[in-house]
Ligand binder design. Structure first.
Ligand code: ADP
Ligand code: ZN
Length: 436
């Protein structure tokens, strides 16, 4: 029988043993983290040692770590090993203030590569595959993170990098690419380039599966991508503070994203009270590294909103599943007293067949009122100069968005290809409101 799991003993470990392993590793992590300036001080102030932990619930004795803590202690405040032991850093772009930086030693890079390999394997990638990694290499973790995972798994990697769609297509054809990883917002665009070259990825490539992640997207967006390429698209979740890709991943059953609990402790908390919510309820994802030496992070408030799916998966893995991320708490905007997440709007748009893959949400002040102006690209063939047709679609979009967010938007249909695309993660929300 062919191999089903990458590491059967860990992936199918019974929950009791898994928790025992977590408690042991949490103790080790506390001892390791105590080498850093930040945790040394925090542990002393709160009288925390590894002995404080006797059960998994004891993690609640530990304070949270926030993105601001990482920024305030930039660059070395969280480093728990000597400089000479570190072999790589990854960092956020830092365009919106002090960047956050994560350091790794040999152990960390090996452990991360293994987690990414385990993730890819669970989605069905095998040694025989030719895997093209279509995303930025460099400080962004999606490039090297997947690269090391593909190599560890033993598939043939094509480190294609981001952009240059014609070249991507050529690589896919030249080497018979069977699997790709890309950001979901890029795949609509890539498909258009296929079309304009007179090609159809379903017929003119050997593609058999895709991995998509790094940015929020709805189930309908995923289904659209699957239809465009004619293969399954597996959701990959990660964040640089927790390494990058390889944190949580969909297995072949696509029931949710198994989060690797031998390497992370997952908590879901109410973002206001910071108390745990019941399994199955949505809250903020809080994560603790359990297998990192150069820079352990404890109870990190990711700001991502999601829930634990309170079900077992048919694949036999015992690691619990996260639901897809509904948004980041800092993406939420308040308009006319209503709390709105951009994903709610995407959710509505992607259900309407005439709507294309691109949209943009602009918050504007018009005549002293705050308004949500949604620019929507239509499918190429839909944008005709027929007033009736366009007005019908506009009405439908306006109505459906209003139903979802309880605020009536101003909807503007635009021609296919007019909304600018970014090479990295898509930016969909622009706040131009006049603040007073
Ligand atoms: P940045 O915080 O600068 O975007 P990261 O690359 O670390 O840098 O991004 C991690 C974040 O990206 C996550 O916290 C989450 O908000 C988002 N993200 C990553 N993967 C997914 C996914 N599969 N679905 C939804 N959001 C995701
Ligand atoms: Zn599964």
């Amino acid at each position: 029988m062919s191999k089903v799991y990458w590491e059967k003993n860990i992936e199918t470990l019974n929950r009791k043993e898994l928790q025992k392993l977590q408690v042991e590793r949490l103790k080790t992590t506390i001892n390791q983290a105590a080498n850093s300036d930040f945790y040394k001080k925090q542990f002393a102030e709160n009288k925390i040692t590894a002995e404080s932990i006797n059960s998994i619930e004891d993690i609640q004795k530990l304070p949270f770590t926030t993105k601001q803590d990482l920024r305030d202690n930039f660059p070395y405040g969280f480093r728990s090993v000597q400089q000479k032991e570190c072999i790589r850093l990854h960092s956020s772009s830092g365009t919106t203030g002090t960047p956050t930086v994560i350091f790794h030693n040999q152990h960390d890079i090996a452990s991360w590569a293994n987690l990414t390999a385990r993730s890819l394997f669970s989605a069905g990638v095998r040694e025989e595959d030719v895997f093209q990694n279509i995303c930025g290499y460099g400080l962004f973790t999606g490039g090297l993170g997947f690269q090391y995972g593909i190599e560890r798994l033993g598939a043939l990697s094509i480190p294609a990098g981001a952009g240059n769609s014609i070249r991507q297509i050529k690589l896919m054809q030249d080497y018979g690419t069977t699997a790709i990883h890309a950001i979901p917002s890029y795949l609509g665009h890539l498909h258009e380039v296929f079309e304009s070259e007179g090609l159809d990825p379903k017929k003119d490539t050997k593609l058999r599966l895709m991995v998509i992640g790094a940015e929020p997207h709805t189930e309908d967006t995923r289904r659209r991508i699957e239809e465009l390429y004619g293969v399954k698209a597996f959701n990959s979740f990660g964040l640089s503070e927790m390494n990058g890709p390889g944190v949580a991943f969909e297995c072949e059953y696509q029931n949710g994203l198994h989060i690797w609990e031998d390497s992370y402790i997952v908590e879901i908390v109410d973002p206001k009270t910071l108390q745990p919510v019941a399994d199955g309820e949505i809250g903020e994802l809080v994560m603790t590294t359990l297998d990192r030496q150069a820079m352990p992070i404890i109870r990190y408030r990711t700001r991502d909103l999601t829930r634990i799916i309170p079900r077992d998966c048919s694949c036999g893995r015992t690691h619990r599943m996260l639901d897809r991320i509904t948004g980041r708490s800092d993406d939420m905007f308040i308009i006319k007293g209503c709390n709105v997440f951009p994903m709610q709007i995407e959710g509505v748009l992607m259900k309407i067949p005439e709507v294309g893959n691109e949209y943009r949400i602009n918050l504007e002040t018009i005549n002293k009122n705050d308004e949500v102006l949604v620019e929507v690209e239509l499918q190429r063939e839909e944008f005709r100069d027929e007033y009736d047709v366009l007005s019908k679609i506009t009405k439908k979009i306006t109505h459906d968005i209003r139903d979802e967010i309880l605020v009536k938007p101003i909807v503007k249909l635009v021609e296919h290809g007019t909304i600018p695309k970014s090479e990295g993660k898509a930016v969909r929300l622009f706040d131009h409101r006049i603040k007073n």
